[in-house]
Design a protein around this ligand. Structure first.
Ligand SMILES: CC(C)(COP(=O)(O)OP(=O)(O)OC[C@H]1O[C@@H](n2cnc3c(N)ncnc32)[C@H](O)[C@@H]1OP(=O)(O)O)[C@@H](O)C(=O)NCCC(=O)NCCS
Ligand SMILES: CCCCCCCCCCCC(=O)O
Length: 218
């Protein structure tokens, strides 16, 4: 039976206490990309945006496909296992250099809250100028991973994520997301976050349960 606590986030444990207890996860460390890695990622993001926003003549599509295939052949030999690529592990880049994550920049990272700023891009379009509904849980889920880390808690798995879509979330518009641990109950960290426009309007909010893993748990 776990103990309910009113301790503030980040005050429930000493720095590094339990911190290496990441279930069955490897202990991740940042992987710094080289001087051109940020440029490399942004070039691919631009291609993602273009791939979903162009309707080029057939011969152009054929040429672009051939160039993309050649680039894939060029890069494939450098494939590395999980945790060894800077993609997703370069903490200085928007979205940590991962093409999957939203390319947002962290502007606050402490036990009180984590705040990030950025835009949903054309790649993230749902319909009628709004971000795809599935991209908001991705933004919140990744934010909560950082919130857990900022609270010096071991890696947790998302048990649930509840998103309230309050207003249309526009693409290509600067927005801010901020989240925190509201309450800790043993292995359970109850988190909350809001996605706002620059006027402070809440576009969506989210509650999630992040469960700390048991030893060896995947
Ligand atoms: C989340 C997960 C680790 C919890 O499994 P577990 O370690 O066996 O833990 P339990 O099922 O005993 O749950 C731990 C606590 O969380 C609670 N809990 C777990 N899932 C819950 C949910 N969806 N809603 C509410 N409470 C939940 C349990 O009731 C329990 O509470 P208690 O300690 O007060 O009894 C497991 O279900 C899992 O791995 N799910 C997949 C997670 C995932 O893939 N997430 C996306 C990628 S991160
Ligand atoms: C040093 C960079 C650390 C990056 C940590 C990535 C953690 C990934 C956890 C996976 C969570 C999920 O599947 O939703």
């Amino acid at each position: 039976m776990s103990e309910q606590t009113d301790r503030k986030p980040g005050e429930d444990r000493k720095p590094d206490e339990d911190y290496e207890h990441h279930g069955g996860f490897p202990v991740y460390k940042p992987v710094k990309g080289g001087p051109d890695f940020g440029r490399f990622v942004e070039a691919f993001r631009r291609l993602q945006d273009l791939a979903v926003s162009t309707h080029a003549p057939d011969d152009v599509v054929a040429q672009a496909a051939a160039q993309a295939e050649a680039l894939g052949d060029f890069l494939e030999q450098y494939t590395v296992p999980e945790g060894r690529s800077p993609a997703g592990f370069d903490t200085e880049l928007p979205g940590r250099g991962s093409l999957l994550m939203l390319p947002w920049k962290i502007e606050k990272f402490d036990a009180e809250s984590v705040r990030a700023r950025g835009t949903f891009r054309r790649f993230h379009l749902g319909g009628n100028g709004a971000a795809h509904g599935g991209t908001l849980p991705l933004l919140f889920d990744d934010l909560f991973g950082m919130v857990i880390h900022a609270n010096r808690r071991p890696i947790a798995r998302t048990a649930y994520l509840h998103v309230n879509y309050r207003k249309i979330t526009p693409i290509e518009t600067e927005l801010v997301v901020e989240g925190r641990v509201d309450r800790v109950d043993g292995r359970k960290a109850f988190c909350a976050a809001e996605l706002c426009d620059l006027e402070g309007n809440v576009l969506a909010d989210c509650e999630a349960l992040m469960v700390q893993l048991l030893p060896g748990q995947p």
